[in-house]
Write a protein of this length. Structure first.
Lengths: 459, 347
């Protein structure tokens, strides 16, 4: 089931109404049933993977907690890692590595006859496996205690607002909310509904209207400079509106149920550096990678060379997390490279200019170009297209303002509405906000395009 | 608490008012529509001096623009050596094609691309039964020096609750009486695209039952078919008297045969003709097409059998009988081919 569907429009009010009639224990049972229904609506067979992941981490976390010996604790942790990463490996990466191995063997002149498996990628597997892993790792690190309530834990793993595309929640934040009592608060419900509305606006009006323009640009043979630039810019706003829209709907609906999910996007295109970008973009993933991968690899504690190596490894794996294709690996490599170069730059080069708004704006503008080039790597269908688009930056072309018009039509209203929504800078906020919400609602309902999915579902 | 409730009500009312304001502002900015008053497709049509319901000169609704003569505008609107008239109801007028891609526009583009100096007049308007077409043909079309005339009749008007009767002059009505919310109208359209098909079918079935007066026809009613034939014969007589080359087209629909019907699409069609139960609409269309073929032969009028060519292809129809861009293109190609058959008419 996707958020922008008729089914969800029926499903959520029913769950919401029933939910607030029940007590806390029954609420969690309802949440669990609703979450499983939500997921099974897409494909009930893959519910078994969630159940497996839930059962394994529920047991493992308790064993880790109960064990005194470090070796025992580590062995139990290994069980969780093998199961969760094994699920990811089989369902997400098996064919990718197999195909890559075949290509490699063929490149050195060896003929490989390998079985081809038709493996469907289960929606949300990258998100819920990371979420359950973080729980067990937190228990292993003694940052958190394991729960003894299976229902609560199962809700933590499968909580439907964020099940298929995050935010990837931490047990330290979500578990206490699930285990605790939620109070109905009309202001909270209203605020959640409005956040979800902004999310729907971003998804349906902005992302889905930008999609055909982006598709057309990326289908252009031998694109020239302005076409490539427009492709990067438009996709930057499409993916932002799509994914942050999903996060807003997830956070909004969850808030209506009395559960606060973490902020996942914080004006990422206002970043002046790659470091800042990753503190603002997909925050729940980047902080996960930092806390559970980068720091586990040694972080910046083992000298500059290892630090750069750790950064590269983290970002390449982060790229691979997004999809089993070489362009995602390349995108991760590019992000790692940006982080390394920036790290080296701030360590070795003195700032040329004094800080001020103009310098800040120029930095934002400059880094946005790097971000957009990254999105071209990300959006490309193949490494061949990456090469073609990159070469396109050096192909002369007459400027065509029509290529950029969708930015004015769709991205600009989004930035304006989002800025007004988030910053609360205007006087008479209730009145202004009502105008804002009505505007967002109008554009979303009457000028939205409805696509079948969210971009991040494929991850 | 009281303050909170008051604030919520105030914001709620403001929210609804704003939606209406936005809807009207958009119509004004985008289409040049009046901010106040009615704005709907029906507003394009009026009852002329003789009482005939037809498109009203100078009116517009969204991208549908009617010229000063009362015909839907085409891209080329200058004087030309040849004048070709495309006459019919909503299918010919073009309801669902994207701007510039209705049959008349595509035909005109196609002919002009071949070097013909031709003006295609889209004299079609929605709701035009054969009597109305005849009145429009008599005045003003016959006085305009038409070189070729292509008529696309719509048989299913003859399955309406009441038999087709000549229009009578209506007393002038004050336009735009009462408030019609444009936000609600737009919402209805959105909801239609959003609801699952099964639910839409159910709603249409209810509407069909609600609108039903009289008995449901188990078979195509013979007296209605006779009426259609009589009206068509009279229309063809007037058309032939004009001296123009005349072609009549069979009526195409989204169903190729009763054995392969899309029940949802048929339900949507039946909603407008609740007495035509089951597949009566499809069978009536087929029988009316036989009448068209027979009368074309008997009156020595050229026949373009469009139904044979396009019926039943879902890509060509936006609903039960209205064309998509591709459907209009196919129809325009057939018309262009017919016009090209006699170089003296179109070169």
């Amino acid at each position: 089931m996707i958020f922008n569907s008729f089914e969800f429009a029926v499903f959520f009010p029913l769950v919401f109404g029933l939910y607030w009639l029940l007590g806390q224990r029954q609420q969690n049972v309802l949440l669990l049933l609703a979450s499983y229904f939500f997921y099974a609506f897409w494909d009930w067979r893959f519910l078994s993977l969630i159940l497996l992941s839930t059962a394994v981490d529920f047991v493992v976390a308790q064993r880790v907690h109960a064990a005194d010996a470090a070796a025992t604790r580590k062995r139990w942790l290994l069980v969780s890692l093998i199961v969760n990463l094994g699920l990811l490996g089989v369902f997400k990466y098996f064919n990718f590595f197999l195909d890559s191995a075949v290509v490699l063997l063929e490149a050195v002149g060896l003929q490989a006859n390998v079985p081809v498996l038709q493996i469907i990628l289960p929606v949300g597997i990258s998100f819920y496996t990371f979420q359950t892993l973080s729980y067990t790792i937190d228990v292993y690190r003694k940052d958190n205690e394991p729960t003894t309530n299976l229902i609560d834990f199962a809700v933590y793993v499968a909580y439907f607002p964020q099940l298929v595309a995050g935010p990837i929640e931490r047990s330290t934040s979500l578990m206490p909310q699930i285990a605790g009592r939620r109070q109905f608060d009309i202001e909270q419900v209203w605020s959640g509904a409005m956040l979800a509305l902004i999310g729907f606006f971003k998804k349906v009006f902005v992302a889905d209207n930008l999609a055909p323009h982006v598709d057309a640009i990326f289908a252009t043979p031998d694109p020239g400079f302005w076409t490539v630039v427009a492709g990067g810019y438009l996709f930057a706003f499409q993916i932002y509106a799509d994914f942050s829209g999903y996060s807003d709907i997830a956070r909004g609906t969850s808030r209506m149920l009395g559960v606060e999910l973490r902020l996942n996007f914080d004006f990422p295109y206002a970043s002046t550096s790659p470091q800042e970008f990753w503190r603002r973009w997909h925050i729940s993933l980047s902080s996960w990678l930092r806390d559970y991968l980068y720091i586990s690899l040694g972080g910046n504690r083992k000298g500059p060379v290892r630090t750069y190596g750790n950064l590269m490894a983290t970002m390449v794996l982060g790229g691979l997390w997004h999809g089993a294709a070489w362009n995602y690996v390349l995108w991760g490599f590019y992000q790692g490279l940006c982080l390394c170069v920036h790290r080296w730059y701030i360590a070795h080069v003195k700032p040329l200019f004094r800080q001020g708004f103009v310098v800040y704006a120029l930095k934002v503008l400059l880094y946005f170009q790097f971000t957009c080039y990254g999105w071209i790597l990300f959006r490309a269908q193949s490494l061949g297209q990456v090469g073609d688009m990159t070469l396109g930056l050096f192909r002369g072309e007459t400027f065509d303002s029509g290529l950029f018009l969708p930015l004015v039509q769709f991205a600009l209203p989004m930035l304006l509405i989002e800025w007004l929504y988030t910053k609360e800078r205007l006087p008479a906020p209730d009145l202004v906000r009502t105008v804002l919400y009505a505007g967002a609602f109008y554009l979303f309902v009457f000028h939205g395009e409805v696509s079948e999915s969210f971009i991040y579902f494929q991850f | 608490m009281r303050q909170l409730i008051f604030k919520a009500i105030l914001c709620g009312v403001l929210f609804v008012v704003l939606l209406e304001v936005f809807a009207r502002a958009e119509d004004t900015l985008r289409w040049g529509a009046p901010f106040w008053g009615h704005y709907e497709l029906e507003g394009i049509r009026h009852s002329d001096a003789r009482g005939t319901q037809r498109c009203a000169p100078g009116r517009s609704y969204k991208h549908f623009r009617i010229d000063e003569r009362g015909f839907r505008e085409t891209e080329f609107a200058g004087p030309a050596r040849e004048t070709v008239v495309w006459l019919g109801a909503s299918e010919a007028f073009g309801l669902y094609e994207s701007p510039g891609n209705d049959v008349a526009n595509q035909l005109e583009r196609s002919l002009r691309a071949r070097g013909s100096d031709v003006d295609v007049i889209n004299a079609a308007c929605f709701g035009m039964n054969l009597l109305r077409l005849q009145r429009v043909l008599e005045e003003p079309l016959l006085g305009m020096g038409v070189d070729a005339l292509m008529i696309y009749p719509t048989p299913h008007f003859y399955l309406d609750l009441q038999p087709v009767r000549p229009d009578r002059p209506q007393p002038a009505q004050a336009a735009g009486v009462g408030f019609v919310s444009r936000a609600v109208t737009k919402s209805r359209d959105v909801l239609k695209s959003f609801l699952p098909m099964a639910l839409q079918d159910l709603i249409r079935e209810r509407q069909e039952q609600g609108a039903l007066q009289g008995e449901v026809w188990p078979d195509p009613p013979a007296e209605r078919l006779r009426q259609f034939a009589a009206h068509l014969e009279a229309l063809l007589g007037v058309a032939q008297g004009s001296g123009a080359r005349v072609a009549i087209l069979t009526h195409a629909n989204a169903f190729h045969a009763v054995e392969e019907i899309d029940e949802s699409v048929l339900q949507a069609w039946r909603k407008f003709y609740p007495r035509a139960g089951g597949d009566v609409l499809i069978r009536f269309d087929a029988e009316a097409n036989e009448v068209i073929r027979r009368l074309a032969a008997a009156n020595d009028v050229e026949l373009i059998d469009l139904a044979e060519t396009v019926s039943g292809d879902p890509k060509l129809f936006a609903d039960f009988s209205h064309f998509t861009d591709a459907g209009a293109a196919k129809a325009a190609n057939r018309l262009a081919a017919w016009l090209a058959e006699e170089p003296s008419a179109i070169e």
